[in-house]
Design a protein around this ligand. Structure first.
Ligand code: HEC
Ligand code: HEC
Ligand code: HEC
Length: 133
């Protein structure tokens, strides 16, 4: 094989560099940021409760938002009934989620940065106005 040695060395270096971030991150035990719920709307609530339970929201809010969008846009159904407490909500990212979670940067963004996801919603949906931190 012509120059096979060099190619193999090159490959080993390449794979090493490429997977370095994965191995590097594996050992990390950094705590997930504690979500900040200190907003005017939430502070007004007697019982600090999301649309569904905190654990459920944490695991399922992405699917929930997908379902909300489909339900509103395809079926014209705007109303969501919480299976946790029967409360009714208008299915809206801006008007429902972001009314309570008006601190998008501190709440949604911080957790997404940690989890390494970048929801593309905000190219169309308007994020709440916030003071620059
Ligand atoms: C290309 C533009 C665009 C992007 C990107 C986008 N949306 Fe939308 N979305 C819309 C439009 C337009 C509507 C309809 C608005 C209306 O009827 O008031 C809508 C409606 C919705 C609704 C129901 C109505 C409401 O007021 O919220 C939800 C929920 C929703 N989108 C969630 C999302 C989520 C979650 C993301 C990111 C994963 C996202 N959208 C990304 C354009 C977009
Ligand atoms: C009526 C106010 C309100 C609305 C509307 C609301 N939330 Fe929440 N949310 C809260 C409160 C309060 C908590 C903290 C609950 C707790 O600590 O038990 C929370 C918790 C969460 C959590 C879990 C955070 C954690 O600690 O891990 C996520 C994720 C979340 N909300 C996303 C959303 C999304 C997405 C929407 C819209 C579909 C939404 N919320 C709508 C008030 C609200
Ligand atoms: C406790 C941490 C946490 C909080 C707080 C949080 N998210 Fe998320 N979010 C995640 C994680 C983790 C994912 C990726 C899940 C996956 O890929 O399965 C995600 C994914 C999403 C997605 C789907 C993105 C995609 O590209 O698939 C949307 C939309 C979203 N979050 C919206 C929100 C909104 C809006 C808020 C604030 C109201 C919020 N999230 C708050 C952790 C959080």
């Amino acid at each position: 094989m012509y120059n096979g040695g060099k190619i193999i060395v090159g490959l080993i270096i390449f794979v090493g560099l490429f997977t370095f971030p994965i191995f590097y991150n594996m050992g990390k035990t950094a705590e997930a940021p504690k979500p900040n719920i200190d907003t005017p709307e939430i502070n007004k609530m007697e019982k600090k409760q999301c649309v569904e339970s905190k654990e459920w929201m944490k695991a399922n809010h992405m699917q929930m938002l997908d379902q909300w969008r489909d339900s509103v846009l395809r079926d014209g159904n705007l109303e969501y009934v919480s299976s946790t407490d029967g409360k009714k909500y208008i299915m809206s990212l801006q008007n429902t989620c972001m009314r309570c979670h008006s601190n998008k940067k501190e709440f949604c963004d911080k957790c997404h940065t940690y989890a390494n996801v970048t929801p593309y919603c905000w190219t169309c949906h308007i994020a709440p106005k916030e003071k620059e931190i």
